[in-house]
Design a binder for this molecule. Sequence first.
Ligand code: SF4
Ligand code: SF4
Ligand code: SF4
Ligand code: FES
Length: 592
Amino acid sequence: MTMVNITINGQKVSAPVGSTILKAAKLASIDIPTLCDHPALVPVGACRICVVEVTGQRTLITACTFPITEGMEIQTESPQVVKARKLILDLLFSERNHYCPFCQMSGDCELQKLGYRYGLDHFIYPTYTKGFPVDATRKYFFMDHNRCVLCGRCERACGDLVANHTLGLRNRGASSMIHADANVPFGESSCVSCGTCLQVCPTGALCDKRSAYMGRNIQTEHIKSICNRCSIGCGMEIVTRGGNVLRIDSDWNGEINEGLLCKNGRFDPLYDERERVTQPMIRIGGKLFPSSWDEALKTITEKIGSANAKEIGVLASSNSTNEALYLLGQLFCKELKATNVGLLNSTAPKLFDKPQGSLADIEKSDVILVAGTDPANDQPVASFFVKHAVDRGAKLILAGGKDNGLAPFATMIIDDLGKAVEIAERAGNPVVLYGAGVTEKGANALKKLQGKASFVAIEPGVNTRAAVAFGFNNEFKASAAKVLYALLGEQGLGSEDVLKDVDKKAFIVVQASYVSPLTDKADVVLPTAIWSEQAGSLTNTEGRVQKVNKAVEPKGEAKPDWEVLSLLASKLGKKLGTSLDEISAKATQELK
Ligand code: SF4
Ligand code: SF4
Ligand code: SF4
Ligand code: FES
């Protein structure tokens, strides 16, 4: 790598050719203040807070956009620079209503921090007396234009990262405002509520409704984990305070999502109002009564111990961790020889024995063929990758499904998958995203692209790859089960979905986090922890095993799903492991 030598504040610094002054300063741990700049966004030099003095330059220049050249001499805090920054801050504070003590971002706001840094202790210019509008029409967060500094981070995040292009700037000068689409209320716009704009906003202009005023960054903990709402497996940070989850932020270092999350992953888990199962329960005389863990497991052990393998039915939710699915498979399939073991969601057809691509290939593709899957609704971050590729000029071919969420972005929608394959064959770098909706005939057509295209199975459910690897399938016959063990976890199920064919006399055990019609019908209910309350791992749709971390304690007597199965195995005299590390290692080995 060619290096460029410069001097910053008298200190000799080397940085790769093409670096901006800001990047070179960061490499040398020299702090230059910024406001419109964000590491995930393309710099635009809008706010001018990062101005520096460069010897030989006529004016101050913006460090976030200006590239370094050999021998450059830079001053980052000279009297002229400080004076300019103070003027910019005075103007920013006077432009809108920035009354920090009443703002939920007070303590975390980047503008406020700059005010302290440059000693702004009073308003130099008259402040704005006119109130700017507040738009609270979106469910999860609101926009307070009074606190907006027009840095444009939100607009760039929505356009350049999410490729949704909802946001823009309207009017000019002091009347400039961030707006959605053709200036409609945000809640009526094309916004998909991914929250990326919320996360990049440096002030209190965009504000999360649920966690507002509940804690500043120094009062909260950020625990890295993996989203368990679909099979993409996005990296996230669970933000907690005092043992409670406040909100979910995206992890900018997330290997798959690189800082993106969708509504399902960022907001919905915190709006789940279903009633929790908080203690084990046993049915006595037709009614469920609270019991101890020991009693509940003993009751199950007696029933399972006296059933023959053919009478046992097992249903698994793909919301479960690798460890839980591994133990469920080992206990019931390997040890108890049960064969009637099903998965609660469908699966994508298996086209090849080995992986033939990854989600990252979408970014390099010139043609994307989507078949039998609707990522815009079911795996939204994958759809952001697709839309991003379309922005860059890639063609999107949708095989069938005019109702598909990606239809508005498609170059063509073709009913005949065979014809779609012919078009993709002529591309330079085609990528195929396929799901459970692909028929056997369709799968054979897709195979013609082997060697030419990258293939990514977009699995329905969450940990479907692991569930399939551990032996769970879509062949489950409810009517054959005399003893049914359902590992539901967080999956909500109506009794009609599962129970309609189950023998009325069948003994039903449900391991679940939430009360549902199925737990109401169960003979034994075992309470399990939810996404934020347990550790383990998940396998994403590409086969990547990622670590899930516990952020808060399980509610009531709930236990992690793997621990429940480990206890049950011990009661049945099977030694399948008692520590998470041991079980994780075995599960990961099996997945290789
Ligand atoms: S929430 Fe997402 S889609 Fe909506 S405006 Fe913000 S970045 Fe754009
Ligand atoms: S809403 Fe926030 S991110 Fe968007 S322009 Fe205003 S201050 Fe910047
Ligand atoms: S795309 Fe899937 S894994 Fe990613 S945030 Fe959304 S629901 Fe979670
Ligand atoms: S941070 Fe450089 S111009 Fe705004």
